[in-house]
Ligand binder design. Structure first.
Ligand code: 0A1
Ligand code: ZN
Length: 885
């Protein structure tokens, strides 16, 4: 037997080394004889030399494959007519066009990495992005090789009655040995990473969609039969997404059928395989009893995201993996716009920015910082990052700000029509936006090539005599690994000016003959420093900058508590009202951390309590915004604002602030809780979600008063809840309170929901993020619980991931126990699933920002990982970047 193992030495791939493929493939015909322990794959490739290539031998990728046979133009090759390495197959001499037939064997039930063909429960399924197809058969596994696929699946008819692949169903039949077969044909040329197949005994919920040109599309969602009642929301979301993409981007669906399959074991959220999306079950299944509002929201956005990839990713794909953000950044922007249109735009923007600042800013400030278009990698799976996705979306969003909505649409229309059926680059995308708008975006493209979060320093100076406001904007960007110096970015700064009564003031620059007819305008900063002079201002204005978070930068603008409180009350931009509140909280809490560190009395300024009281009492503000304005910045985010993060001080201060707010505003919380806690039939809509979110924020504060009556109220909410949002909110609060009620609540919850994987994951998480001193002890015990499996990525994320990322006081315990725990788990996981193992390393991302003792402990744990035998390329790359000087 001739088995190719994984490559021995991790190797660096560089953008500069990109070369066009030497051979292209016109058609692929694949036949799978499916079996869990040994699947036989017969691949027929019609190949030809690429006129743009460099000639040379024909090299195919392949890993973990047993090669049975290989034939060139019908002639079986002997062992000395080809060469194999651990991850390639090389044919030294091939004609200008030829047919290859390759037979390989693969072993789905041994595949715990969940790349290639694998087993999830009773389902056989695939995951090929980015480089999983090479675990199925030998192939030029790169996105710029696009081919038309025909796929025949053969399997036991009883075990696997449903056999699915990309495209349209062409033919099927029964065989005498109890097997059956189905043939699928996808007319759209695609790269191998978009290939998918599924075999299973599944429940299928169907629907129809009529496209804008009047074609009928069959919609199908496949789930385990016990989840038959949890498909409605995903199906509705899909129809909303299909209509939205027609309305907003003019994009129509292009096959007769669109399928979604839910599987329990999946490394990421979901995958946009052409016509056959495969989803992590947690990102599809929803019923009010088992899914929270946040789950419903996420499902809608991920269903949208994967669907939108049909154009931004599939019809127009990436030339190479350095261009990943071409499809991901743009598609995230599209899903964010979709969610904003379906729900509340203000809430969507706040939540997106909150996530960007807490996750992406940390990545950009750490050892893994990389540009939106990286220039090298060892393992591409490590680059499915918040930088590629979320910062990438901000970069495309800035293009939209600079061109305006219509200019942007012209640009995307041109991009889609110019490049349909091609594999292209981020430069091609920017070129289409430039050409459609007669713009020069040369300098703007630095957003794609320079890593790091720029700092925007703002200074305002008002001259009462001249009635002029001078607004000086300066930019800088910290060094990142491999990039010591940065050139200035193009930074669109949306801003406005307010009078002391909160009215908008005219926005006229000294170079203009009249004021712009808007309360917000965009200043474009292109130099390191620029001064803008606003004229005809009869009073000193309050400046509101970076409205709507118009660029992914950190703003440094010295403002006293009063000014921030004023903006929190009066800014015309709801994002900036929220942001002013957050800046005020951060400013105050960081001062209190200093007081705590020097044993001084903690001073919580009255102005904050007063403002929060107003927000709480203001019935005119959307309750969802009230809920967010009353939510304190996370401990991790506060830590990221300090030179040396002091986890214990932050934890103590945050708890104290919460208690003080709770005591002072108790009456208000009580009133609003009661008003919002009305029985109603659960619906997923912005208004009900807003009510539930504010209600549960109020309950959180009421519990923080320590009043036993409130514990009773919390228990009552849990008892009466007919939806997971209210039940889980109650449980989270109960779990932070020691005592018999807490244990009882946890036990009762598990007993009620042990049959439901998604709910059990929530139960694991609630314990992982608990405030109680025995959190790590419990997490360790839960590793042995029957509900937990190290092979299931959702379990791992819910328990280990949540503890390490969202329980900072316990993860950063002074004795290093949290760090040792994570290191041990990563080494165990690496043997099973390198992608998931590598992702868990992220909890160490900011290790250099802690005190010397903790740094030493984290370094020790990282070194233990780095020194282990046979590390995967995934873990190897990240751990070594973390340890590099
Ligand atoms: N393209 C998918 C993300 C994805 C990437 C890798 C995967 O497996 C290793 C799975 C999914 C998306 O953006 O949704
Ligand atoms: Zn995506």
């Amino acid at each position: 037997m001739n088995i190719a193992e994984a490559p021995a030495q991790p190797q660096i791939t560089r953008l500069d080394d990109y070369r066009a493929p030497d051979y292209l493939i016109d058609t692929v015909s694949l036949e799978f004889e499916l079996d869990a322990s040994e699947t036989r794959v017969t691949s027929k490739l019609k190949m030809r030399r690429n006129p743009e290539g460099q000639g040379g031998p024909c090299i195919l990728n392949g890993e973990y494959l047993t090669l049975v046979s290989i034939a060139l133009d019908g002639k079986t090759l002997t062992g000395n007519e080809y060469q194999r390495t651990t991850d390639t197959l090389l044919l030294p001499q091939v004609p200008a066009s030829f047919e290859l037939e390759i037979v390989t064997l693969i072993h789905p039930d041994q595949n715990t990495a969940l790349e290639g063909l694998y087993h999830s429960g009773a389902i056989l399924c695939t995951q090929c992005e980015a480089e999983g197809f090479r675990r199925i058969t030998y192939y030029p596994d790169r996105p710029d090789v696009m081919a038309v696929f025909t796929v025949t699946l053969i399997a036991d008819a009883k075990k696997w009655p449903m056999l699915l692949a990309n495209g349209n169903r062409q033919a099927s039949g029964e065989m005498e040995d109890g097997r059956h077969w189905v043939r699928w044909h996808d007319p759209h040329p695609k790269p191998s990473y978009l290939f998918a197949l599924v075999a299973g005994d599944l429940y299928c919920q169907q629907d129809q969609f009529t496209t804008m040109s009047g074609r009928q599309v069959l919609l199908e969602i496949y789930v385990d039969p016990e989840n038959h009642n949890k498909c409605d929301h995903a199906l509705n979301s899909l129809k909303q997404a299909m209509r939205w993409d027609e309305d907003v981007y003019g994009r129509e669906y292009d096959l007769d059928v669109f399928m979604i399959v839910a599987v329990n074991d999946f490394n990421m959220g979901a995958m946009e395989n052409k016509g056959l999306n495969i989803f992590n079950a947690a990102c599809v299944l929803a019923s009010p009893e088992t899914a929270t509002d946040a789950d419903f929201y996420t499902i809608q956005s991920i269903v949208g995201h994967e669907y939108f990839h049909n154009w931004s990713g599939n019809r127009v794909t990436c030339r190479d993996w350095f261009q990943l953000s071409l499809k991901e950044g743009f598609t995230v922007l599209r899903d964010q716009q979709f969610s904003a249109d379906m729900n509340s735009a203000a809430v969507q923007r706040i939540d997106d920015v909150d996530q960007l600042r807490s996750m992406q800013f940390a990545e950009d400030a750490g050892p893994m910082a990389h540009p939106v278009r990286p220039d090298s990698y060892i393992e591409i799976s490590n680059f499915y990052t918040v930088t590629i996705y979320e910062k990438g979306a901000e970069v495309v969003g800035m293009l939209k700000t600079l061109t305006g909505p219509e200019g942007f649409r012209k640009g995307t229309d041109l991009y889609f029509s110019r490049h349909d059926g091609q594999a292209v680059t981020t430069d091609d995308f920017v070129k289409a936006i430039e050409d459609a708008n007669q713009l020069d975006l040369t300098q703007f493209k630095r957003w794609y090539t320079q890593a790091g979060t720029p700092v925007l320093i703002v200074e305002a100076h008002y001259d009462a005599d001249k009635q002029v406001l001078e607004l000086t904007l300066r930019q800088s960007c910290p060094a990142t690994p491999g990039q010591p110096e940065k050139q200035p970015f193009v930074i669109p700064v949306a801003m406005g000016l307010l009078s002391s009564s909160g009215a908008s003031l005219p926005l006229q620059l000294d170079t203009e003959t009249s004021a712009v007819d808007a309360e917000t305008r965009v200043l474009t900063l292109t130099e390191q420093s620029q001064t803008f002079r606003f004229i005809h201002l009869t009073e000193e204005p309050v400046v509101s900058v970076l409205r709507g978070f118009s660029a992914p930068v950190k703003v440094k603008f010295e403002r006293d508590n009063e000014t921030l409180a004023f903006l929190m009350a009066h800014d015309r931009d709801s994002f900036n009202r929220w942001d002013a509140g957050q800046q005020l909280l951060i400013q105050i809490m960081l001062r209190m951390v200093e007081q705590y560190q020097s044993d001084k009395t903690l001073d919580l300024p009255e102005i904050l309590l007063d403002r929060l009281q107003h927000v709480l009492d203001d019935q005119s503000i959307d309750p969802a915004l009230v809920a967010r304005m009353l939510s304190l910045p996370s401990e991790n985010y506060l830590a990221a604002q300090m030179t040396i993060a002091d986890v214990d001080a932050i934890h103590a201060v945050r708890k104290y602030v919460k208690q003080q707010i709770a005591q002072r505003l108790k009456a208000g919380f009580n009133t609003r809780y009661q008003a919002l806690n009305q029985a109603q039939v659960y619906e997923f809509n912005a208004s009900q979600m807003a009510q539930r979110s504010l209600k549960n924020v109020c309950l959180g504060y009421l519990m923080a008063t320590g009043d036993p009556m409130q514990t009773q109220r919390c228990l009552k909410q849990m008892k009466q809840a007919d939806n997971m949002t209210d039940l889980l909110a109650g449980l989270r609060l109960m779990v932070d309170q020691p005592g018999p009620e807490r244990e009882h609540a946890l036990r009762a919850f598990y007993e009620q929901w042990q049959h439901d994987r998604q709910v059990v994951d929530k139960w694991l998480t609630v314990q992982a993020v608990s405030d109680l001193p025995d959190a790590l002890f419990r997490v360790k015990a839960l590793l042995k619980h029957p509900a937990f499996s190290m092979k299931n990525p959702n379990n791992v994320r819910a328990l280990i991931g949540q503890f390490c990322r969202n329980n900072p006081v316990h993860f950063h315990a002074k004795d290093g126990s949290g760090y040792r725990f994570l290191a041990e788990q990563i080494l165990l996981l690496d043997k099973l699933n390198p992608q998931v193992a590598a992702r868990q390393l992220g909890a160490f991302n900011s290790w250099r920002r802690y005190d010397a003792e903790r740094q030493a402990l984290m370094k020790k744990s990282l070194s233990d990982i780095a020194g282990a035998q046979d590390l995967s390329a995934d873990v190897y790359e990240i751990v070594n970047k973390y340890l590099a000087d």
